[in-house]
Design a protein around this ligand. Structure first.
Ligand code: PMP
Length: 399
């Protein structure tokens, strides 16, 4: 038996996609000119699908900090912190996150994916129950599975459904951990964390929020959606990533729980992988400082988000949520989504093609993500290119 035969159905579907144009899973950015521009297939292309929400990947201070850290501390840590040592930068970055989030303690992880894995396996075990929003990111699903906890899914963004399920679970399991995200990355919709806090209190549960897409983007200080809704003190555990608004690679978890640091010696995704590189930590620390000191970054991001949302709505396209830095356009089916994605790329506009099973409700999406670094002209140009393709392919037909 061919060991890879199990993937043949998926491979056949991929072949089908290739026949419709460029491989959407292997777009090559031959040159990256800025946070918002790259050369793709020899053409200057507007990047509207990067998660580079604050445009900090090219921030001169972040670049200089990364370069200086590499020069003085080397290119990698070559091991995990428990086996191979902690650098001063690891601790300084953790303290900076704790201050930024106004939390007692913070742990950095090597990626955002590992932050969710590491937090969930550290917090929940086989005797516990995790209540999970059904639209959760793969890293949350994987962390739940690795924890060995009983997993109960509730309807996306539905505190009443969560409440019903918790009522049914009364007396079962030792601890109940509710897991939600702040801003959902596919549709760009926001969780009602304030309502989840009410439910959590009613049932004596714990609340974990992954602010991967909302950190640096929502809230007066940029702490995320829980801050924007005035309930960040009520969230027990917060996780996030360096790979979006912070413009690097890595992840963090933070909490006021006095025993939170125990995760450092009982969470395998923290213990058994190499720690973040000096360059990553140094650029992230400066990025955090930029977010703390320059609220103009967030203002520009939101101005651009609203401009794009209004521009695409005015074209008659079907959008999935109110304005946010993620603007998802819903198309009728996979064929039209792939065709539109290809034509947009031909027109020098890169967005994310999102198809089932990676999307909620089996939707076919063109997912756009906005950056503070986009100029208004770039946003208008992106809308004009959408208009051209919408006319050509008749995308305005409601899905
Ligand atoms: N959580 C969410 C909600 C995400 O969307 C992602 C990545 N897109 C992650 C966690 C993982 O982050 P990273 O890519 O930094 O590993």
């Amino acid at each position: 038996m061919d060991i890879l035969a199990k993937h043949s159905a998926l491979a056949a579907r991929h072949e089908e996609l290739l026949r419709l144009g460029v491989d959407p899973f292997a777009v090559r950015l031959d040159e990256v000119l800025s946070p918002t521009l790259a050369v793709v297939r020899g053409r200057e292309t507007i990047l509207l699908g990067t998660n580079n929400y604050l445009g900090l990947t090219f921030d001169p201070a972040c670049i200089e900090a990364a370069a200086e850290a590499a020069r003085t501390l080397g290119t990698g840590t070559t091991g995990s912190r428990i086996a191979n040592g902690t650098y001063g930068l690891h601790r300084e970055l953790e303290e900076a996150f704790a201050r930024f989030l106004d939390r007692r303690s913070c742990i950095v992880f090597t990626t955002g994916y590992q932050a969710n894995l590491g937090m969930l396996v550290g917090l929940a075990g086989p005797r516990d129950v995790i209540l999970l929003d059904s639209d959760s990111h793969a890293s949350i699903y994987d962390g739940c599975r690795l924890s060995g906890a009983t997993v109960v899914r509730f309807r996306h963004n539905d505190p009443e459904d969560l409440d019903r399920r918790l009522t049914r679970l009364a007396g079962k399991g030792e601890c109940k951990l509710i897991v939600v995200e702040g801003l959902y990355s596919m549709l760009g919709d926001v969780a009602p964390i304030d309502a989840f806090v009410e439910v959590k209190k009613r049932h004596g549960a714990w609340l974990f929020v992954d602010e991967a897409h909302s950190f640096g983007v929502f809230g007066e200080h940029g702490r995320g959606v829980a801050e924007a809704q005035g309930v960040d003190r009520e969230v027990d555990f917060v996780a996030g990533t360096f790979s979006k608004s912070l413009g690097a690679v890595g992840g963090f978890g933070a909490s006021d729980h006095p025993a939170f640091d125990h995760l450092r010696f009982c969470s395998r995704p923290y213990m058994f992988t190499a720690s973040p590189s000096p360059a990553t930590m140094a650029s992230t620390r400066v990025a955090l400082q930029r977010i703390a000191e320059d609220p103009g970054l967030r203002r520009r991001l939101w101005d651009n988000a609203r401009r794009l949302h209004e521009g695409l709505s005015a074209l008659g396209l079907v959008l999935c949520a109110p304005a946010s830095p993620v603007v998802a356009v819903r198309l009728a089916d996979e064929r039209s989504a792939v065709a539109a994605w290809n034509r947009l790329l031909d027109n020098g506009l890169y967005v994310n093609l999102a198809l089932p099973p990676g999307t909620p409700g089996g939707l076919c999406l063109l997912r756009c993500s906005v950056s503070a670094a986009h100029s208004s002209d770039q946003i208008d140009e992106a809308c004009a290119r959408f208009a051209r393709v919408a006319d050509e392919l008749d995308l305005r037909v409601p899905a």
